[in-house]
Design a protein around this ligand. Sequence first.
Ligand SMILES: [Zn+2]
Length: 307
Amino acid sequence: MIQSILNSVDRVLEQAAFSPPSLQAVGVGAPGLSNPETGVLFTSPNLPGWRDVPLMEIIEEKLGKRAFLINDANAAALGELYFGAARGARNFIYITISTGIGGGIVIDEKIYTGTLGIAGEVGHMTINDQGPLCNCGNRGCWETLASGTALAREARRQIKEGAVTTILEYAGRDVEKVTAEGIHKAAQGGDGLARSLIERTGYYLGVGLANLINVFNPELIVIGGGLSNIGDMLLQPAFQEAGRRAFKQSYGAVRFAQAELGRNSGVLGAAAFARREMERDSKTLATRGSRKFASHGFPRKRREVKR
Ligand SMILES: [Zn+2]
């Protein structure tokens, strides 16, 4: 996989007729938990076998250029901030709904990375403590209830229980081949089950949005990812539920926008991240919230509570 990443660098340089010596740095957006300071990818639920990979170091060594590693959803958030739907926003949240749910939290125009660089895993907020098992090992995470995978899984379950629907016509009559896309098509054709499944997904989407709105009081939430292309049929129930649950003031203050850059958001964001980091002398991120808070307010001798 690393070799194919390196090959893609060569290919892109060629396509852009850009001479390798003028390449300054490479920004890598990778799924999973990674530390943008050390460039280590800890783990990735969707890339089995990747564990504690010093990806930044490997790429720097192979290319002889500086490299910067950032979570793919965080990269996409930066892409939308610099070039897309979030231009001009200071505090916003980007979410991407596809097979899972990813997110990036931007506070004062900077990605909030947390202590280890792995903040923003909004897809793993617990929405239902008894809910379906998640790839992360927990139950009832947001992405087990409001992602494309969740939508298709619930459709399969109901079809196996004998629900009457045209969804199978979009899956070659094979219940195991039911996809979110097929469900969307069936819904557009007026299928009742497909519509109610999308509405249910929207409902859970709204529950999670309400949590984010109450916690962060953002001015904007940018929604991207394949499933968001369903549009109103999914998003209207989500906004309705978010409005029911969130504080009225917070909900009244937030705007929603669909992502503008599609699949390019992560690529543009990773590149912008690399450029911004190059512009700094050190690789230290300025958004280390914990440090900021630790420096004032707390008494010197903190009494820690045992866990
Ligand atoms: Zn999870």
